[in-house]
Design a protein around this ligand. Structure first.
Ligand code: ARG
Length: 473
C-alpha cells in the first residue's frame, strides 16, 4: 500500500518492519480523540484562512462518516498504514479527495498523537473517578450492613486487639479516597494542549491555537512546542495512580483470600465470584482476588517500563514513545475490571460475624485492655505490661484465657484487680473504650462513615465539573 510519507522512498517497507513498527492494533482505541482533534484542527485552519471553508466542511463530513464506520465495526484497519492517524487520514482522502490531503497542514503526527493521548487520559480520569466512587460506596455499604460485627485485628498476622469489621473496611475506604485525590493531578497534567507544536518547533502557518484549545476544551496550551511533543509525564502520573490503586486492591484481595479459607472462615464469597477445580469437587477458589493480586505486578511493570523507556530519550519525539500506550490501556482495563468486580464481590460476600466473635472469646486480644486497667489504677504501664504478660503465660499453661480467671486469681496477680475487671476486658468493652478520634469505637466508625459520605459528595461534584468541561454530560 502507498505510504502517506512515501515520497523520498524508492522501495516498499519490509513486511516484518511494517508489523514491528505498526501501532494500529492498539492505538485504534483512540479513534474518537483522533477524529475530534482533526475536526478541531480543520475548523481552525478554515477560520484562519489556511484552507477553504468548503474543504473544512468536506473534511468534517468525511470524518463523521469514518467515525460511524468505526463505531459500527465496519472500518477495515490496515497495518501497512501504521497507526490510527494515518488509517483515518488515508480513508478520508480516498473518500473526499484533495480536501483530505489538506487536513495535515500545519500539523505533525507528533502533536496529533500527543493531543489524542491527552484527551484519552482526561477521559480515563473520569472513568477511574466513577469506579473509585463506586468502590468507596461498596465499602460504606458493607461497613453499615455489618456495623455490629467484631473481629480480631492483627499485627504481624498475629491476633492483636479486637476491632469492628466496619473499621477494617473503612481503612480501605480511606485508601481509595486518597487514590481519588491523585486523579486531580493527572487531570491537570493532561489538560494542557500540545496541538500546534507541529513536529517539534511550531509551524510557519498562521494557526491560532486558542481556537483548537477552545474546541477541544483544554484549560491551557503548552508553553514550549518541544516539551509539548516530548512530554509523557501525564501518562506516568496515571500509571503511578494505577499502581497505587492496584496495591490497595491487592491488599484487600489478599485479606479476602485469607478470610475465606477454612482455617479463618471469616467470610464467604458469593458463588458468582468464585470458580471450581477441574479435579477436586469440593473446591471454591477466590480466583478474582488472586488475579487482582497477580495483575498488580504487571501494572507496576507498566510504570517501570515507561519510566525506563523515557529516561534516555533525547528531545523531542522518538519512536520509542509509541510504547507509551499499551501499558496505559492495559492499566485502564485492569482497573476497570479490578475495581468493579471487587466492589461487587464486597457487596455480595457473607460475613461470619459469629465465628469472628467466637475466635476472640478464645484468645488474648484483650490483654492490652487488662494492662490498661492496671495502668489506670496507677501501676506504671511498663509494669502492668509485665504483670499481664505473666498472666497470659499462666493461662497458656492452664489452657484457658484471661476471662476464665476467677477474681481470686486476678487478685493473686495484682491487688489492684477488682470485680469490675471482668467488664473492663470483655470484648465489647475493648471496642467501646477506643473512642479517640481515629479509634474503633462504634461512634467513631459512624463518624468515619458520615465524613466518608460527605467526601464522596465532593468527589462527585469534581467529576461533574470535569464532565462539564469536557462536554460529556
Ligand atoms: N504511532 C505513533 C505513536 O504512537 C504516532 C507518531 C508518529 N510520529 C512519527 N514521527 N513517526 O507514537
Amino acid at each position: 500500500m502507498a505510504k502517506l510519507w512515501g515520497g523520498r522512498f524508492t522501495k516498499g517497507t519490509d513486511k516484518a518492519v511494517e508489523d514491528f513498527t505498526s501501532s494500529i492494533a492498539f492505538d485504534s482505541r483512540m479513534y474518537k480523540e483522533d477524529i475530534a482533534g482533526s475536526k478541531a484542527h480543520a475548523t481552525m485552519l478554515a477560520k484562519q484562512g489556511i484552507i477553504s471553508g468548503i474543504d473544512a466542511k468536506a473534511i468534517i463530513k468525511g470524518l463523521d462518516a469514518i467515525e460511524k464506520q468505526i463505531d459500527a465495526g465496519t472500518f477495515d484497519f490496515s497495518v501497512a498504514l501504521e497507526d490510527i492517524h494515518m488509517n483515518i487520514e488515508k480513508r478520508l482522502t480516498d473518500a473526499i479527495g484533495e480536501a483530505g490531503g489538506r487536513l495535515h497542514t500545519g500539523r505533525s503526527r507528533n502533536d496529533q498523537c500527543a493531543v489524542d493521548l491527552h484527551m484519552y487520559v482526561r477521559k480515563s480520569v473520569l472513568h477511574m473517578g466513577e469506579l473509585l466512587i463506586d468502590m468507596e460506596k461498596a465499602l460504606l455499604e458493607v461497613s453499615e450492613k455489618y456495623k455490629e460485627v467484631i473481629m480480631p485485628g492483627y499485627t504481624h498476622m498475629q491476633r492483636a486487639q479486637p476491632v469492628l469489621f466496619a473499621h477494617h473496611m473503612m481503612a480501605y475506604f480511606s485508601m481509595f479516597n486518597r487514590d481519588f485525590k491523585r486523579l486531580g493531578l493527572i487531570f491537570d497534567y493532561a489538560d494542557v494542549m500540545p496541538l500546534g507544536a507541529g513536529a517539534l518547533a511550531g509551524t510557519t502557518y498562521p494557526i491560532d491555537q486558542t481556537i483548537t484549545q477552545d474546541l477541544l476544551h483544554f484549560s491551557s496550551i503548552y508553553e514550549n512546542s518541544m516539551d509539548a511533543v516530548s512530554d509523557r509525564d501525564y501518562v506516568l502520573e496515571f500509571l503511578h495512580f494505577a499502581s497505587m490503586v492496584m496495591m490497595h486492591l491487592s491488599r484487600l484481595s489478599e485479606e479476602l483470600i485469607i478470610w475465606s479459607t477454612n482455617e479463618f472462615n471469616f467470610i464467604e464469597l458469593d458463588d458468582a465470584h468464585c470458580t471450581g477445580s477441574s479435579i477436586m469437587p469440593q473446591k471454591k477458589n477466590p480466583d478474582v482476588c488472586e488475579l487482582v493480586r497477580g495483575k498488580t505486578g504487571r501494572i507496576y511493570g507498566h510504570l517501570m517500563g515507561l519510566l525506563t523507556m523515557m529516561k534516555g530519550l533525547p528531545l523531542t519525539y522518538d519512536k520509542d514513545m509509541q510504547e507509551d500506550k499499551e501499558g496505559l490501556f492495559d492499566a485502564v482495563d485492569t482497573l476497570h475490571f479490578g475495581l468493579s468486580i471487587t466492589a461487587d464481590m464486597l457487596r455480595h460476600m457473607k460475613v461470619n460475624g459469629d465465628h469472628m466473635r467466637k475466635v476472640l472469646d478464645d484468645d488474648f486480644s484483650n490483654a492490652t485492655d487488662m494492662a490498661d486497667y492496671l495502668a489506670k489504677k496507677g501501676v506504671p504501664f511498663r509494669e502492668a505490661h509485665a504483670i499481664v504478660g505473666a498472666a497470659v503465660q499462666h493461662c497458656i499453661e492452664k489452657g484457658c484465657v484471661l476471662l476464665d480467671l476467677s477474681l481470686e486469681d486476678f487478685k493473686g496477680i495484682s491487688p489492684y484487680f477488682e470485680e469490675d475487671i471482668f467488664n473492663a476486658i470483655s470484648i465489647p468493652a475493648c471496642i467501646a473504650g477506643r473512642k479517640n478520634y481515629s479509634g474503633t469505637a462504634p461512634e467513631c466508625v459512624e463518624r468515619q462513615r458520615v465524613h466518608g459520605k460527605a467526601s464522596i459528595e465532593v468527589q462527585e461534584k469534581q467529576l461533574h465539573a470535569w464532565a462539564e468541561q469536557l462536554h460529556m454530560l
